[in-house]
Design a protein around this ligand. Structure first.
Ligand code: ASP
Length: 721
């Protein structure tokens, strides 16, 4: 009981913090460190000045950090452009260089010298050059009373002007993003390097050790790192891949600390958290974590099972589908953790209590021009109306986006009808393209996967959504198939031209009018059409306008919270802009009588070995590794440390982020959160939210003792503190 009350009390402080609580909560904008956080950070152990962490003008830690691709973070660790990020962030790239004969996932990869480093078309590393608050220029003169659509139009026009001005006559690019639902705006100027090459990655048995079973879990033993290098032209400028490019020279790179971590040590993480929804009201939290996520978990369970069946058939198929499987499993498992964490920590109840406080506060205002007193009631009304639409839209999108056949069905439909009024040769060329798309498509397992998954996915959709949002074919399932989804899908797949290569080729060799008829009457097309006709014009359009309205209401709500908690600092939701979070190394208690230590060691890898499960295969060398042959600098208490946890408030996108000590040296590579703690995207709880990091000493051990890559070690700057 005590525990529950304590947890709840801490919770009430969430979002708007009077800084002295050491909770680790908050994803802070680094531009405000000096004024908001620095004093507190110093008290907690930081030994740097704010400008050493973030500066628009002087080299600072920010210059050693990149947005890696479009969803991860990476950091510079050498003067020659070497970046470390997570293995899972580079996974699809490593996969793309792999074949069954030369399988980099299975064997690992270590370039012996620069020319052997592997290019990755489309992969970029982006530096934040400059960040600035531009709220005044964006919002001045816009009255609060303006409706959201007109407000947005006006703001977008202004943003365009400021954005262009910020980077005119440069190779840089800029974006302006809203914070606190458009209460504030910030400008970000970036420089993107498009030539990023793979330097080294351990085998999957290290980089993905524990696989999906261990994903989002503590204790963890995953060597989740990979090395890449940024290349630039001879003037150190961004340049597309060319053999003439040279390793990039950074303004700043990170020293790597061999000093290790102790419980209670100060830590901070800088990087690009993608999205959090900390300010959602209890109605919204309930809708998402009580309804939408459980349904999406069920849909993804169906898909995972189907992909597993395909991957078990051969090594080629495993290699072909593993990246897709890993990525869909990642959210699937995270959502399970979110639902569990929200329930376990009574987050919904805490939100309801916080709303009670807000209502009481607002009710006592002598003047309430922003109508705070009625705001939460208005939220409830709008969420009542929105929920059935939201569920249908969310689950519909989850199904349509996941179907393997949807791409070809849509492409063929659109391509064919787009050429209806064109010349004969244009039509012939479109048909030619349609046929070759079919040739490639029928070499995949798409049809088998969808045939397997559609019945289960449709059943989940119908179960969780209101019948007014059921697609037209539901009636056919009831009338003609006695509610048997599998029989319905069997018949659709037996008849469709998109599920049989012979039928497909034959259909597109017919006359134009016959093709047209075939497409119009195709049962698979008609499933997609029924769904799209429901989702696109009816649901998405309405959701869009409701979301705009909600955005304005949340802007008011955040303003109200800030007024209510005057003197406390509120941090903005993550939106894939650079943030800093600070906390300390600490374990946690996941359940009654269970106490998790803050670090794991090499011994745990050996303990977890399961010969029959690929994800728990231990590299042979590890089994004979003798501690006395391992350099002492990689050891703690005679053992190689592997991962550690800390109370830094991180999110998706923080993968690959540097975990820094009080001096700003690299002690870990952030790669995950504990399962119960994934709910921190909605509500942070200092008792159970932990970020999981790879200990840099394990990374060094792998580079040194497994890869024997001295030339890489020689590039690094190691410190003893
Ligand atoms: N594993 C996450 C990522 O891939 C990190 C997190 O959500 O904590 O970005």
């Amino acid at each position: 009981m005590y525990q529950m009350v304590y947890r709840t009390t801490v919770f009430m402080l969430a979002l708007c913090l009077s800084i002295p609580v050491w909770s680790g909560e908050g994803m802070w904008l680094p531009i405000h460190l000096d004024s908001l956080n620095h004093k507190d950070m110093k008290e907690k152990g930081l030994m740097l000045d704010a400008v050493e962490i973030f500066s628009n003008t002087h080299p600072s830690l920010k210059d050693a950090i990149v947005m890696f691709g479009n969803g991860c973070t990476g950091e510079l660790i050498s003067a020659e452009g070497l970046i470390v990020t997570n293995y899972h962030c580079g996974y699809s790239r490593i996969q793309s260089h792999s074949t069954v004969e030369n399988n980099l996932l299975a064997d690992g990869f270590w370039a012996q010298a620069n020319p052997e480093e592997l290019p990755n078309p489309g992969l970029t590393a982006t530096f934040l050059v400059h960040m600035e608050r531009v709220t005044g220029s964006v919002l001045t003169g816009i009255p609060d009373s303006l409706n959201e659509t007109d407000r947005n139009n006006l703001i977008n026009q202004r943003i365009e002007v400021i954005r262009k001005e910020a980077v005119s006559d440069t190779f840089l690019h800029a974006e302006i993003k809203p914070f606190y639902f458009g209460r504030e705006y910030y400008l970000f100027v970036y420089e993107t390097y498009p030539d990023v090459r793979l330097v080294g990655a351990p085998a999957e048995t290290i980089g993905r050790f524990g696989g999906d079973e261990d994903n989002w879990m503590w204790p963890r033993h995953t060597g989740d790192f990979a090395l890449f290098r940024i290349y630039a032209d001879k003037n150190n400028r961004p340049a597309d891949y060319s053999q003439d490019n040279v390793p990039f020279t950074p303004r700043k790179y990170l020293n790597i600390s061999l000093g290790g971590v102790q419980e209670g040590d100060y830590t901070m993480v800088m990087g690009y958290p993608g999205r959090t929804d900390q300010y959602l009201t209890s109605d919204a939290l309930e809708m998402i974590t009580g309804k939408s996520l459980p349904a999406k978990i069920a849909i993804r369970t169906v898909r995972r099972n189907a992909l597993e069946t395909v991957m078990e058939q051969s090594p080629e198929l495993r290699l072909k589908y593993i990246s897709k499987y890993v990525s869909l499993s990642n959210s699937w498992k995270k959502w399970i953790g979110v639902v569990k964490g929200i329930r376990q920590s009574h987050a919904l109840e805490a939100k309801i209590r916080q709303e009670e406080d807000f209502r009481n506060w607002a009710g006592k205002l002598t003047s309430d021009p922003a109508c705070y007193a009625s705001l939460l009631g208005d939220f409830s009304i709008i969420y009542d109306e929105l929920e059935p639409m939201f569920l249908a839209g969310d689950l519909g999108a989850e199904i349509l986006n996941s179907l393997e056949t949807s791409r070809i069905v849509n492409d063929v439909h659109d391509r064919f009808f787009a050429t209806m009024d064109s010349s004969k040769s244009a039509k012939l060329s479109a048909i030619g393209n349609i046929k070759s798309q079919g040739n490639a498509f029928f070499r995949t397992e798409a049809v088998a996967i969808d045939r397997n998954t559609l019945p289960g996915m449709l059943e989940v959709y119908m179960k969780y959504t209101d019948s007014i949002y059921h697609p037209a074919f539901k009636r056919q399932i009831a009338d003609d198939f006695h509610g048997n989804y599998a029989a319905f899908i069997e018949s659709v797949f037996d008849e469709s031209i998109f599920t049989d290569s012979v039928k497909y080729r034959k259909a597109f060799s017919m006359s134009e009018s016959k093709i047209r008829k075939k497409i119009m009457n195709d049962p698979l097309i008609s499933i997609y059409r029924d769904f799209s006709e429901l989702l696109v014009p009816i649901i998405y359009g309405r959701l869009d306008s409701m979301n705009r309205k909600l955005n304005g209401m949340y802007r008011r709500y955040v303003s109200g919270l800030m007024e209510m908690k005057a003197g406390k600092t509120c941090y903005p939701d993550a939106n894939f802009t650079m943030r800093l979070t600070y906390g300390k190394v600490e374990g946690y208690e996941p359940a009654d009588a269970v106490n998790y230590s803050y670090y794991t060691t090499f011994d745990g890898i050996l303990e977890k070995e399961k010969l029959e499960i690929a994800d728990y295969k231990v590299p042979e060398d590890f089994k004979t590794e003798r501690t006395d042959s391992i350099p002492a600098s990689y050891l703690t208490d005679g053992r190689v440390p592997v991962c550690f946890i800390a109370s830094n408030h991180t999110s998706g996108g923080n993968s690959g982020s540097p975990v820094l000590n009080a001096k700003g040296d690299l002690i870990g590579i952030n790669f995950d959160r504990n399962w119960e703690g994934t709910m921190s995207d909605y509500a942070y709880n200092p008792d159970i939210c932990r970020n999981i990091s790879l200990d840099v000493r394990y990374m060094l051990f792998v580079i040194d003792q497994v890869a024997n890559a001295d030339w890489i070690l020689n590039e690094l700057t190691l410190t003893n503190q």
